[in-house]
Design a protein around this ligand. Structure first.
Ligand SMILES: [Mg+2]
Length: 232
């Protein structure tokens, strides 16, 4: 019996409105730093993909904002490469960090609000489980999603990042469900699908590009999927 559904955030509920490389190059340019969008885009993917988990086990809540900023500063510095040595790098980083806290930086996928509403109508508790930082709750609020959610769990506050089991256990607890009663949906096979399965949760892969067999192409198919045998 699925009592709660959790969703990943970036790539699942919303995506950057503009390619990361274009935004980085544009904001860097405002600070007099020259970046090639395609180069920085690729470098960002590499830096983000190889960064340590966005979680700081044992750190108190007061320590988190500085740790989160330092984590992102290292990723952005890696993505910039040698232009990170520019004297305006720090100011540029602060602008980028503030930019991605705003709803304007992101495009909400069109089926998200109706899907969240339909989940609520079924009496299912709904949460977000994301490898994110303290900007997430404000961002969800600004995107108009906060009132549709029963819990928002992000890695830096949870002290564990997906695919670690602890973040899914935290989400299940917050939603008043056993992990086996949880269904998690996300676009990352490792973080979302393998991670959720380690706690015995049901996992559904969202694949908006290649449409793998068994994966959802959009969240619109989620309600029908939950009605299939084995999900009820
Ligand atoms: Mg994602």
């Amino acid at each position: 019996m699925i009592r709660a559904v959790t969703l990943d955030a970036a790539g699942t509920l919303f995506a950057p409105r503009q390619p990361i490389g274009e935004t980085y190059a544009r904001i860097a340019g405002e600070h007099g730093i020259v970046l090639e969008p395609r180069v920085v885009d690729e470098a960002f993917r590499r830096a983000f993909g190889t960064a340590p988990p966005l979680a700081f086990p044992g750190a108190g809540p007061d320590a988190l904002p500085a740790l989160e900023r330092a984590w992102w500063r290292a990723v952005v510095r890696d993505a910039f490469g040698s232009p990170a040595g520019h004297p305006r790098f720090e100011a540029c980083f602060e602008t980028l960090f503030a930019y991605y806290a705003q709803a304007d930086a992101w495009a909400l996928f069109p089926e998200v609000v109706p899907t969240l509403r339909a989940l609520r109508d079924r009496g299912v508790r709904v949460g977000v489980v994301s490898n994110f930082d303290g900007r997430l709750p404000g961002l969800l609020e600004a995107l108009g999603l906060a009132s549709a959610l029963d819990a928002t769990v992000w890695s830096s506050a949870a002290g564990a990042a997906k695919p670690a089991r602890e973040i899914f256990e935290t989400a299940a607890r917050r939603l008043g469900a056993h992990p086996s009663e949880l269904c998690h949906v996300g676009d990352d096979l490792e973080a979302d699908v393998r991670g959720a399965r380690t706690v015995g949760a049901t996992a559904i892969h969202l694949d908006r590009r290649t449409r793998r067999a068994g994966s959802l192409a959009t969240l619109s198919g989620l309600i029908a999927r939950l009605d299939e045998p084995g999900y009820a």
